[in-house]
Structures are given as C-alpha cells and as structure tokens.
Design a protein around this ligand. Sequence first.
Ligand code: SF4
Length: 170
Amino acid sequence: MDIEKELYQDGFEEYPKSTVFIENIFMFLWIIFGSYLCWTFMPLIGWIYLGFGFVMVLFIMRILVCKNCYYHGERCHTGWGKLSAVYCKMGDLRQFGRGLSGIIVPIFYTSLALIPLILGAISLVREFSIIKICIFMTYLLISMTSSFIQRKKSCSKCKMKDICPGTAAK
Ligand code: SF4
C-alpha cells in the first residue's frame, strides 16, 4: 500500500500559529487545573499528576506517537511535530497509532481526563468549597473543549485523518 495516497490531500501542510497557541493553552490549563483537583484529594497525588502529565505530553508521547506522523518536524495543530523532531528521527507512517502507542495513547488521555474528575469529586464530597467547585467546573469545560470540540476541528484538517486510528473527524 502506498501510504502517501492514503493521506487526506486537502489537509493542512502546516496549521495556523493561532491553532497551535490555543491548543497549547488549553493543554497547559488542563494539566494545571487537573493537578489542583488531585492535590485537593491528596497533595502528593497532585504533584505526581503534574509531573507525569508534563513528562508524558512533552517527551514520551512525542517520541512514541509523533515520530510516525506526517507532521513530524512540521507545525501540526499542537506544534508538537517540531518538538518530536528534536528527540527523534522520522519513523514510518504505516506504524502511526499502532503497536505500543495504540495502547498507551488512549489509556494516557483517558486517565489524564478522569483521574482529576474522580479525585476532585471525592474531595468535594469530603469537604465542599466554592473554589473547589469553580475549579472543578472549569476543568470539566477545558478538558471537554480540548478533547472534543478542538480535537474534532483539528482532525478535520489533518493529513492523517483517514489513517489515524484516533481521529475525531469521522
Ligand atoms: S487525525 Fe486527529 S488525532 Fe489523528 S493525527 Fe490528525 S490531528 Fe492527531
């Protein structure tokens, strides 16, 4: 199979800088607010979530996922294709989202979203506060917007959308 022919021909070669900016702001806030919610449950878990979240997003995922992406070395919707090129060489498009990355990526993002929600909810039941409930609702809004609305928009213009197992554009 000629994988180049499977790419979405009308997809962006490079995404607008504004998209990269917005997506990074949302991801940054997602991890910060998520860390706070975990912290209200148990401070140590908050710090672990913070460290784990940033290490996974900025390093591990970029090697595991982005090396096999069309946008490796390019400005994808998050700009992380360029980050990936700092760590590793371009891999094989046919391997994108397969093998280990096909297992780890959904587990990672599901955990990143659900752990603060569960721990934050328990913390609220244990001790209610206005600040906690405001952060909880803001976190919900940020993670939902990032995971569904923004992702769907970005996937619809992605060269990889027809071969990516995690696309939100179908
Ligand atoms: S289709 Fe969506 S999830 Fe898949 S590589 Fe493109 S932007 Fe990322």
